[in-house]
Design a protein around this ligand. Sequence first.
Ligand code: FMN
Length: 217
Amino acid sequence: MFFEPDKYDHGFRYNPIKACVVPRPIGWISTISKAGLVNLAPFSFFNALSYDPPYVCFSVGVHTEDGGHKDTVLNIGETGEFVYSMATWDQRDQMNQTGLIVEREVNELDASGLEALPSKFVKPPRVKGSPVHFECTHFQTMILPGNKPSSDHHLIVGKVIGVHIQDDMITEDGLVDTLKMRPIARLGYKDYTSVDSVFQMEKTTPEDLLGKPQAAE
Ligand SMILES: Cc1cc2nc3c(=O)[nH]c(=O)nc-3n(C[C@H](O)[C@H](O)[C@H](O)COP(=O)(O)O)c2cc1C
């Protein structure tokens, strides 16, 4: 099948787009308002963009009920900082709870029974129990226009200025132990996955791709 998202409906009962880019890592993003209100929310339109220095991005839809901005967008606009915590299998239920749209006054981190850890350089807290945290400063926001105003998205890019990795998630060889962390990720619909298997591939050579090199002329 084929469809043009700008021109006509896909014809599926549920929009298939999210199921077509999988798995998507979940950025568990904590922010703080100018008045000091903490917010925590998961975003699966999330990824790392670079590493020297590292930048990360995530994309936030409009608040569907009243057409206003989500707390995360408002807070980053006010204070310019956020923290990424890795969402893992152990904290999947709390992660899910923090995805509820609630009043701005509600601190989802407290409400879901999680504990906060202070950050080193930025004001938003880290999620205790999460094995990885990135402290970030806001770099740029790009508005992605929706086909209707309630489909607009804010693509937020942040620069990572501090990286925390839980010591017991680092192997003796100095590698981050993905299987031990067991990150969760989003698929389409209500589906999720978690990293419970890993495989390796050696880097290939030009000969692997092109066959035996010809003798030099
Ligand atoms: C696993 C998961 C992934 C989500 N991914 C996104 C996303 O990428 N973008 C988005 O706008 N909302 C996403 N949501 C919904 C937000 O987390 C939800 O609207 C949240 O409450 C944000 O609101 P706040 O910033 O006002 O707290 C996701 C929810 C869940 C449970």
